[in-house]
Design a binder for this molecule. Structure first.
Ligand code: URA
Length: 197
């Protein structure tokens, strides 16, 4: 692992910056390839993640892995993290204070990895990073803000009880990696929403 990311990981492991440290079993630092062209950002760890200290290893994680595999990508090739690094009790949505307190870790992960695209998974990440809402309306879109590209898609957990959304997630992930291939080849990509314009 990259040294700087390792330092963040250790800081996350012992973090007591918000109340979630009192109820967590383990904090859950980001995990994956620091050379990745993409960072996937979810909401917060769930029960399995809290137990094992790894992001997206429960049912939602299996959905994400499945969508990646269909696009010909293995999980080891990408970097996966969350807005909030500790599980909120009963999987409630993290509060604005919890998100704000944890923001610095994500900022540092992004600064070190310098992904071509940040893939936003679901409404909490959409709202926390871009101030957006109603991800189902905006999913599949490429967004530019402050010289960073973001790709929007649904949260893998939302696909568990909705077969239509698993098809949507898979389709979006294929589009995401097509965009990355274009960017790697210095080809133009179509920006759907430009927040800097
Ligand atoms: N849901 C998330 O948003 N993140 C995880 O790590 C697991 C489930």
């Amino acid at each position: 692992m990259n040294k700087k990311l390792e330092i963040i990981k250790q800081k996350v492991i012992i973090c007591t910056n918000c109340e979630l440290c009192k109820t967590r079993t383990n904090s859950v630092p980001g995990k994956g390839n620091f050379h990745s062209n993409v960072i996937f950002v979810g909401e917060a760890p769930g029960k399995n993640e809290d137990k094992n200290g790894e992001p997206f290893i429960g049912i939602a994680g299996k959905r994400l892995s499945m969508a990646l595999e269909e696009a010909g990508i293995s999980r080891d090739e990408v970097y996966i993290t969350n807005i909030v690094k500790c599980r909120p009790p009963k999987n409630r949505v993290p509060t604005a204070i919890e998100r704000e307190t944890c923001k610095e870790y994500l900022k540092q992960e992004i600064t070190i990895i310098k992904p071509k695209i940040i893939c936003i998974l679901g409404n909490t990440a959409f709202n926390s990073i871009l101030g957006g809402s109603e991800i189902t309306k905006f999913r599949g879109k490429l967004v530019k803000k402050d010289n960073q590209l973001y790709f929007l898609t649904v949260h893998p957990a939302a696909t568990i009880y909705n077969q239509e959304l698993i098809r949507v997630l898979k389709k979006d992930i294929v589009k995401l990696f097509n965009l990355i291939v274009k960017l790697k080849n210095n080809k133009k990509v179509k920006i759907d929403i430009d927040y800097t314009a």
